[in-house]
Write a new protein. Structure first.
Length: 213
Protein backbone atom coordinates (compact mmCIF):
# COMPACT_ATOMS: atom_id res chain seq x y z
CA UNK A 1 0.00 0.00 0.00
CA UNK A 2 1.35 3.40 -0.91
CA UNK A 3 0.73 5.52 2.12
CA UNK A 4 3.91 7.01 3.37
CA UNK A 5 3.33 9.89 5.74
CA UNK A 6 4.38 13.46 5.03
CA UNK A 7 6.28 14.88 7.95
CA UNK A 8 7.95 18.17 8.73
CA UNK A 9 11.61 18.20 9.60
CA UNK A 10 12.98 21.39 8.10
CA UNK A 11 15.05 19.52 5.50
CA UNK A 12 15.48 15.86 6.45
CA UNK A 13 13.30 13.23 4.77
CA UNK A 14 10.97 11.06 6.79
CA UNK A 15 12.31 7.54 7.32
CA UNK A 16 8.89 5.95 7.56
CA UNK A 17 6.34 4.33 5.32
CA UNK A 18 5.91 1.84 2.52
CA UNK A 19 6.55 1.50 -1.19
CA UNK A 20 5.58 3.63 -4.17
CA UNK A 21 5.86 7.05 -2.62
CA UNK A 22 8.68 9.28 -1.52
CA UNK A 23 8.35 11.78 1.34
CA UNK A 24 8.19 15.52 0.95
CA UNK A 25 10.47 17.83 2.90
CA UNK A 26 8.47 20.74 4.25
CA UNK A 27 10.10 23.50 6.20
CA UNK A 28 8.37 24.53 9.43
CA UNK A 29 8.27 28.20 10.47
CA UNK A 30 11.05 29.64 12.62
CA UNK A 31 10.78 28.57 16.24
CA UNK A 32 12.10 30.04 19.51
CA UNK A 33 15.32 28.31 20.59
CA UNK A 34 13.76 26.17 23.34
CA UNK A 35 11.10 24.90 21.00
CA UNK A 36 13.72 24.21 18.33
CA UNK A 37 15.72 22.11 20.77
CA UNK A 38 12.77 20.01 21.96
CA UNK A 39 11.38 19.61 18.46
CA UNK A 40 14.81 18.70 17.11
CA UNK A 41 15.23 16.03 19.76
CA UNK A 42 11.88 14.51 18.79
CA UNK A 43 12.87 14.63 15.11
CA UNK A 44 16.21 12.98 15.82
CA UNK A 45 14.46 10.11 17.60
CA UNK A 46 11.97 9.84 14.75
CA UNK A 47 14.65 9.73 12.08
CA UNK A 48 16.61 7.16 14.08
CA UNK A 49 13.57 4.87 14.02
CA UNK A 50 13.00 5.17 17.76
CA UNK A 51 9.32 5.71 17.15
CA UNK A 52 7.86 5.13 20.59
CA UNK A 53 10.35 7.57 22.09
CA UNK A 54 9.72 10.07 19.31
CA UNK A 55 5.96 9.91 19.85
CA UNK A 56 6.43 10.67 23.54
CA UNK A 57 8.84 13.48 22.75
CA UNK A 58 6.37 15.11 20.35
CA UNK A 59 3.69 14.80 23.01
CA UNK A 60 5.93 16.50 25.55
CA UNK A 61 6.51 19.37 23.12
CA UNK A 62 2.76 19.74 22.62
CA UNK A 63 1.96 19.55 26.33
CA UNK A 64 4.57 22.21 27.07
CA UNK A 65 3.40 24.60 24.33
CA UNK A 66 -0.03 23.53 23.06
CA UNK A 67 -0.66 26.88 21.38
CA UNK A 68 2.74 27.28 19.78
CA UNK A 69 2.58 28.26 16.09
CA UNK A 70 4.34 25.02 15.22
CA UNK A 71 1.89 22.80 17.13
CA UNK A 72 0.26 21.63 13.85
CA UNK A 73 3.63 20.31 12.66
CA UNK A 74 4.25 18.50 15.92
CA UNK A 75 0.78 16.92 15.75
CA UNK A 76 1.47 15.87 12.16
CA UNK A 77 4.83 14.30 13.04
CA UNK A 78 3.38 12.58 16.09
CA UNK A 79 0.68 11.17 13.82
CA UNK A 80 3.38 9.81 11.49
CA UNK A 81 5.10 8.08 14.41
CA UNK A 82 1.81 6.66 15.70
CA UNK A 83 0.89 5.38 12.25
CA UNK A 84 4.25 3.64 11.92
CA UNK A 85 3.54 2.04 15.31
CA UNK A 86 0.18 0.93 13.87
CA UNK A 87 -1.72 2.92 16.47
CA UNK A 88 -4.09 4.13 13.80
CA UNK A 89 -6.90 5.61 15.91
CA UNK A 90 -4.41 7.73 17.84
CA UNK A 91 -2.69 8.75 14.62
CA UNK A 92 -6.02 9.87 13.18
CA UNK A 93 -6.72 11.94 16.28
CA UNK A 94 -3.30 13.58 15.95
CA UNK A 95 -3.88 14.44 12.30
CA UNK A 96 -7.32 15.79 13.17
CA UNK A 97 -5.67 18.14 15.67
CA UNK A 98 -3.14 19.23 13.06
CA UNK A 99 -5.83 20.07 10.52
CA UNK A 100 -8.02 21.77 13.12
CA UNK A 101 -5.13 24.08 14.04
CA UNK A 102 -4.05 24.60 10.43
CA UNK A 103 -6.99 24.10 8.03
CA UNK A 104 -4.77 24.67 4.98
CA UNK A 105 -2.30 21.91 5.96
CA UNK A 106 -2.32 19.71 2.84
CA UNK A 107 0.25 17.23 4.15
CA UNK A 108 -1.81 16.51 7.25
CA UNK A 109 -4.94 15.89 5.16
CA UNK A 110 -2.91 13.54 2.98
CA UNK A 111 -1.62 11.69 6.06
CA UNK A 112 -5.11 11.60 7.56
CA UNK A 113 -6.38 9.95 4.37
CA UNK A 114 -3.67 7.29 4.61
CA UNK A 115 -4.70 6.42 8.16
CA UNK A 116 -8.39 6.33 7.23
CA UNK A 117 -7.40 3.93 4.45
CA UNK A 118 -5.70 1.69 7.02
CA UNK A 119 -8.89 1.82 9.09
CA UNK A 120 -10.89 0.83 5.97
CA UNK A 121 -12.90 4.05 6.14
CA UNK A 122 -12.56 4.45 2.42
CA UNK A 123 -15.11 7.16 1.66
CA UNK A 124 -13.58 9.38 4.36
CA UNK A 125 -10.11 8.62 3.02
CA UNK A 126 -11.10 9.73 -0.47
CA UNK A 127 -12.62 12.91 0.93
CA UNK A 128 -9.41 13.66 2.80
CA UNK A 129 -7.29 13.03 -0.31
CA UNK A 130 -9.60 15.39 -2.20
CA UNK A 131 -9.14 18.03 0.49
CA UNK A 132 -5.36 17.72 0.23
CA UNK A 133 -5.59 18.13 -3.55
CA UNK A 134 -7.89 21.14 -3.20
CA UNK A 135 -5.27 22.77 -0.99
CA UNK A 136 -2.34 21.72 -3.22
CA UNK A 137 -3.52 20.96 -6.76
CA UNK A 138 -0.10 19.62 -7.82
CA UNK A 139 0.17 17.15 -4.91
CA UNK A 140 1.50 14.20 -6.92
CA UNK A 141 1.67 11.75 -4.04
CA UNK A 142 -1.95 12.37 -3.16
CA UNK A 143 -3.09 11.70 -6.73
CA UNK A 144 -1.01 8.52 -6.68
CA UNK A 145 -2.38 7.32 -3.33
CA UNK A 146 -5.91 8.28 -4.31
CA UNK A 147 -5.50 6.29 -7.52
CA UNK A 148 -4.26 3.26 -5.62
CA UNK A 149 -7.24 3.38 -3.28
CA UNK A 150 -9.70 3.75 -6.15
CA UNK A 151 -7.99 0.81 -7.83
CA UNK A 152 -8.45 -1.32 -4.70
CA UNK A 153 -12.13 -0.33 -4.74
CA UNK A 154 -12.30 -1.49 -8.39
CA UNK A 155 -13.17 2.02 -9.56
CA UNK A 156 -10.70 1.62 -12.39
CA UNK A 157 -11.58 4.56 -14.65
CA UNK A 158 -11.39 6.98 -11.71
CA UNK A 159 -8.12 5.41 -10.59
CA UNK A 160 -6.58 5.86 -14.03
CA UNK A 161 -7.72 9.48 -14.12
CA UNK A 162 -5.98 10.04 -10.79
CA UNK A 163 -2.78 8.39 -12.05
CA UNK A 164 -2.97 10.58 -15.15
CA UNK A 165 -3.11 13.70 -13.01
CA UNK A 166 -0.04 12.49 -11.12
CA UNK A 167 1.84 11.83 -14.35
CA UNK A 168 1.08 15.29 -15.75
CA UNK A 169 2.32 17.33 -12.79
CA UNK A 170 5.79 18.95 -12.96
CA UNK A 171 8.73 16.73 -12.04
CA UNK A 172 11.60 17.60 -9.70
CA UNK A 173 13.05 14.42 -8.20
CA UNK A 174 12.25 10.93 -6.93
CA UNK A 175 9.82 8.56 -8.62
CA UNK A 176 6.48 6.96 -7.98
CA UNK A 177 5.30 3.96 -9.96
CA UNK A 178 1.61 3.34 -10.29
CA UNK A 179 0.18 0.02 -9.18
CA UNK A 180 0.51 -2.62 -11.93
CA UNK A 181 -2.74 -3.61 -13.54
CA UNK A 182 -3.76 -7.05 -12.23
CA UNK A 183 -4.36 -9.46 -15.10
CA UNK A 184 -7.61 -10.61 -13.53
CA UNK A 185 -8.98 -7.07 -13.81
CA UNK A 186 -8.12 -6.39 -17.43
CA UNK A 187 -11.10 -8.22 -18.81
CA UNK A 188 -13.45 -5.93 -16.92
CA UNK A 189 -12.18 -2.80 -18.64
CA UNK A 190 -12.95 -1.43 -22.05
CA UNK A 191 -10.08 -2.03 -24.55
CA UNK A 192 -8.97 1.61 -24.57
CA UNK A 193 -8.94 1.83 -20.78
CA UNK A 194 -7.10 -1.51 -20.56
CA UNK A 195 -4.46 -0.23 -23.00
CA UNK A 196 -4.06 2.96 -20.99
CA UNK A 197 -3.76 0.96 -17.79
CA UNK A 198 -1.05 -1.22 -19.28
CA UNK A 199 0.91 1.88 -20.26
CA UNK A 200 0.46 3.46 -16.85
CA UNK A 201 1.73 0.29 -15.19
CA UNK A 202 5.02 0.71 -17.05
CA UNK A 203 5.46 4.43 -16.39
CA UNK A 204 7.30 6.24 -13.64
CA UNK A 205 5.64 9.24 -12.12
CA UNK A 206 7.90 12.05 -10.96
CA UNK A 207 7.31 13.45 -7.51
CA UNK A 208 8.25 16.99 -6.53
CA UNK A 209 10.48 17.32 -3.48
CA UNK A 210 9.97 20.50 -1.52
CA UNK A 211 12.06 22.46 0.57
CA UNK A 212 8.41 14.07 2.10
CA UNK A 213 4.45 9.55 0.94
Amino acid sequence: MNNKSQFHSGRAAEPLGQRQQRPLENAAPTRPQESVSAFSQALALHQAGRLAEAEKAYLQVLEAQPNHPDAPFAHNNRGAALKALRRFDEALASYDKATALKPDYADAFHNRANVLRELKRFDEALASYDKAIALRPAFVETFNNRGNLLWELKRFDEALASFDRASHEPADASFVRCRPLPATHRGGLSPDVADLAARRAAEKFSVPVQGDT
